[in-house]
Ligand binder design. Sequence first.
Ligand code: FAD
Length: 357
Amino acid sequence: MTVTRDDALRELEALVGAARVRRDAPSLAAAGGDQTENEPAWPDAVVDVATRDELVAVVKLAARAAVPLVPRVAGTNLGGLTIPGRGGWVLDLTRMNRIVELHVEDMVAVLEPGVSFAQLKQALDEQQTGLTIGFPLAPPEVSVVANCLLDGLGNLSLRHSAMGEWISGLEVIRADGTLLRTGAMALGVPVPFARAPLPDLSGLFVSLQGATGLVSRAAIQLWPAPAFRERSFVFVFDRAALCPALGALARLDVLDDLGALSWPTGKLLLGVIVFGLLAYALWRLFQGLLDPENEGTDAKGIAKTARDEIRMARDKKRVVRTPEDEQMEKLYREQVLNQKPAAEPQAAKPAVVQIEV
Ligand SMILES: Cc1cc2nc3c(=O)[nH]c(=O)nc-3n(C[C@H](O)[C@H](O)[C@H](O)COP(=O)(O)OP(=O)(O)OC[C@H]3O[C@@H](n4cnc5c(N)ncnc54)[C@H](O)[C@@H]3O)c2cc1C
């Protein structure tokens, strides 16, 4: 039975909870555009999907009401790919962020689409796996699975190819809500590390931007983290010589990554960094001016800094000054600062000064 889009929205709210069907203007505007020059378009709703079962149910409901779906994680693709040109529901998959399996020995991870590069790196580092995933130049919160599905390029791509090649299996929800498993995930093996021996259908979902199905899990190849890493910057002033030089360097088979920036792009990046630093400095300045409790150069700020230092000293309970320290300070005052020696104190100073506040 088909349902209208309005009915479907009500069903959707019952399905995932009204709070996870966002229809406020800021949410719709944020999901409707991206960083490209493509025209933004507003979706009917942004749905925060948390589990595979929810995703299946949402896809089935959308199929009944003929609502277009746009899967999205960080939305940083540079092709206008998550702009909902025909309206419908943008599926925000950031909550589907489980590292479902991590097979260190076999160097493969099964990930939900919301797992970011930062999250996976943290997990690999914390567990001291000695493995890495490689990283695109993109912000760290972008999705590993989305990058693989886009056949993206990262800092290991020169050595290990584009990231679409690293997929060893997929679990996909098709437009009617049925599940399909490809590659190693179709075999039901305990460790999904190889696409063979079945014909591998994973390619049907790579570089198709969700048009052929929504990926709920992906098995992705990991790599040994390099024991040694060094970065070099080279300035080339002959643009015509650059491409052959890059090709020759790439074929040396010693580099993990190789890239070139034109001077206008370099200037742009430099501008972004300088602007960022300036903005930060201004922010700190205004923070100091607006908030009298903050450190600053006015009397209140100085008093607060002094108070903090005294508190810190009190927390340490005592400040140790040896007789050698006293002697050094005396010499410094007399010989460097040309100060007259202070009158000898009546009573001998203690070597340990107790600070009471
Ligand atoms: C400054 C900058 C630098 C970048 N550098 C690089 C780079 O070096 N290399 C590179 O490859 N890319 C780069 N990118 C592009 C982009 O950031 C990456 O490709 C990133 O991995 C995309 O992830 P995302 O979470 O933003 O995906 P999104 O933009 O949210 O989605 C990407 C695509 O995948 C689809 N999709 C999302 N989830 C699913 C799913 N579960 N099932 C099916 N389809 C899905 C979306 O509909 C969309 O078509 C860069 C972007 C920026 C802004």
